[in-house]
Write a protein that binds this ligand. Sequence first.
Ligand SMILES: Cc1ncc(COP(=O)(O)O)c(C=O)c1O
Length: 414
Amino acid sequence: MKDLFDKLRERRGPLGQYSKQTHGYFMFPKLEGEISPRMKFRGKEVLNWSLNNYLGLANHPEVRKIDGEAAAQYGMALPMGARMMSGDSNFHQQLETELASFVQKQDAVLVNFGYQGMVSAIDCLVDRHDIIVYDAESHACIVDGVRLHMGKRFAYNHNDMESLEKCLQRAEANVKDTDGSILVITEGVFGMSGVMGKLKDIVALKKQYNFRLFVDDAHGIGTMGATGGGTGQEQGCQDGIDIYFGTFAKSFALIGGFLAGDENMVEYLRYNMRSQIFAKSMPMPIVIGALKRLELMRNHPEYKAKLWEITNAMQSGLKKAGFEIGVTQSPVTPIFLNGTIPEATNVTFDLRENYGIFCSIVVYPVVPKGIILLRIIPTAMHTLADVEYSIKAFSEVNKKLKAGEYSREKMAVI
Ligand SMILES: Cc1ncc(COP(=O)(O)O)c(C=O)c1O
């Protein structure tokens, strides 16, 4: 029999297998300094397009002030214990009420971590008689939640309403005899492509099929909809979303998240979601910090307007410069280039070292072989000059990529 740790030494995982060559540069890079479009990477200033600080709240003076004051006043421990046992507070309840109103729902429940909250909510909402129908390109937290499900699950082709309908027909036929129900899960904004889930079309299917809709709006909250209420608000179908998930890890620039919906469903989650009832309550400074961020989002629509000004300039500028950016409908801006994985590492190196641009680069297996995806996240803190400079740099780099310059030599990185 093999020792478990010996086995792990041989089997490093899809990303871990490259850790020796990539650690500290391509993987686990350290961005230092205050969170902003200009941060330090390995001692040099870079123009940073890689953080989901969409509205620029991470380093907002009022946010920094309240975070510090709340930590000084309450410490990071309070309240101790799970909410259900000893860890509730008026601030936790106030935040839930305000979040529910922000996303136009009756009630909301906090989760300490977005990912775990999603997994746990899926686990908690369905039993083995129920069927989950979900978008095939769903985020890992949805996939993992579905993995916990003891009953049937059907994945429909990404954003393909015909495929969804077929799954719903199969699911309805299956639940007929089991007394089961159907839960459809999708994302508001898909984080790699920037494309919105077809929420309005899915909601329209409720006229024909009996299901509840769960939307992970991690990238949509704060960025989409007239008041930042999310992708359902953007598409005019927020009412049709039965379970709404928002994370604090992006527009809020914090950690944690929440689930919202009608008060019965939320009450059920509050008393049954294992990731919350068997875990310590969210620390007070996080709760108070979230309240401040929410207040800023509500009172300063100009942050979202600025985010979209930068987003529109970046996306239209890239298209004008001849770049393929897919069909994004959100601030998430993918740039699709053609090249191998070694070329992708050289592109990254050139961008960081010679152009001072830091962005995430995604390669196979996340995108098909031969594609290099530069993932650009505009924020309200960027300037039009940043956009202009970056498009020029991307154009130069793409010219070199097409000329084969990045395949000739392997750039010494680390
Ligand atoms: C679509 C989506 N869902 C869920 C999560 C997880 O959220 P958190 O970072 O708050 O755990 C993310 C964040 O990466 C995400 O992009």
